[in-house]
Design a protein around this ligand. Structure first.
Ligand SMILES: [Zn+2]
Ligand SMILES: [Zn+2]
Length: 353
């Protein structure tokens, strides 16, 4: 084992602070990575503050971070895909059983034995739980290490590992291609990536937002139209016209208003998670054989496909880079949606701790 610098929280009410953690020495299938950038995801805030305790309770200390970009420093003897110096990335998962039907189908995110990048029981017993990317270095099985296209801005790549794949995967799954009319509800960390991908796939993209002042930005990101969702006349003009709608909003909202905008066989997929159950009017579904689904990140093969697609189309997230010393401030601003559109920590700042 070796020591590495990190930022951790020791309780649900503590701020993140400088810490030293232990990582395992790379075993034969492991890749050791020096972390260059790590994105700040909304899930990090929920986990640090133990707000998802009904679903997964937080073990302290917690080292969050699952939007990781870094450079390989060392590889185990059996590693074939990577060598020191390679630019790599780690997303929300670091392991799975590899044998269940989901894993065999390239859908590791649904594996019952999937290990999350942080706050999952640590199979290697280095610590009670896995520690994430707010850290100088990480050791991960090569099956869960991704390759980063060399032409991309590395800070802007980090959020692709969660916000990127979370939006890319459902857009692909529901067949968004040229000529399709696609809605994106909400223009935050997830939404802005949804707009970029749907636009790159050739769809006609409509952004739904509650804030008219986001119009200019939505158009710049690739939207063809912007609808202010509070304006029911504007909403009604689009009734029965969408092939697919990606709903990224985690605040309470009326899903029926969007279901009615779908055409025959249209689908709306949730990637945001409102705290309370939603009311769904059965007629909204029945009248046009519409469907309502959810989606969670994407498998490893698909995540690599997404990164390669981003390399070819020069797509990255719009980010604000912060030093780790500003991480608590960034959390507060994130909760006020005061970021365009993702905070990313420059991990070089951890060296001065
Ligand atoms: Zn995330
Ligand atoms: Zn599995």
């Amino acid at each position: 084992m070796y020591n590495t610098k990190a930022y951790s929280a020791v309780s649900a009410t503590s701020p993140l602070a400088s810490d030293t953690i232990e990582r395992r020495d790379p075993t034969e299938h492991d890749v050791q990575i020096q972390i260059l950038f790590c994105g700040i995801c909304h899930s990090d805030v929920h986990s640090v503050r133990n707000e998802w305790s009904d679903f997964i309770s937080t073990t302290y200390p917690i080292v969050p971070g699952h939007e990781i970009v870094g450079r390989v420093t060392q590889v185990g003897s059996a590693v074939t895909k990577y060598k020191p110096g390679d630019l790599t990335a780690i997303g929300c998962m670091v392991d799975s059983d590899g044998t269940c039907p989901h894993c065999r189908g390239g859908l590791e995110q649904f594996c019952p034995n999937m290990t999350q990048t942080y706050n999952s029981p640590d199979k290697h017993k280095t610590a009670p739980v896995t520690y994430g990317g707010y850290s100088d270095s990480i050791v991960v099985d090569e099956r869960f290490v991704l390759r980063v296209p060399s032409n991309l801005d590395l800070a802007g790549v980090a959020p692709l590992l969660c916000a990127g794949i979370t939006t890319y995967s459902p857009l692909r799954h529901w067949g968004v291609t040229e000529g399709k009319k696609v809605g994106v509800v909400g223009l935050g960390g997830l939404g802005h990536m949804g707009v970029k991908f749907a636009h790159a796939f050739g769809a006609h993209v409509v952004v739904f937002t509650t804030s008219p002042d986001k119009t200019e930005d939505a158009l710049r990101l690739g939207a063809d139209e912007v609808v202010v969702s509070r304006n029911s006349d504007e909403m009604q003009k689009h009734t029965g016209s969408f092939d697919f709608i990606l709903d990224t909003v985690s605040a309470k909202h009326d899903i029926n208003a969007y279901l009615n905008l779908l055409r025959l066989d249209g689908n709306i997929t949730l990637v945001g998670a409102p705290e309370k159950p939603m009311d769904v009017a059965a007629f909204s579904l029945i009248m046009a054989r519409r469907s309502l689904s959810g989606s969670m990140i994407g498998g490893i093969t698909e995540t690599q496909e997404m990164l390669d697609f981003c390399g070819e189309h020069n797509i990255t997230a719009d980010v604000e880079v912060v030093p780790i010393q500003k991480v608590n401030e960034a959390y507060d601003r994130l909760l006020k949606s005061d970021v365009k559109y993702r905070f990313v920590i420059d991990m070089a700042s951890l060296k001065s701790e």
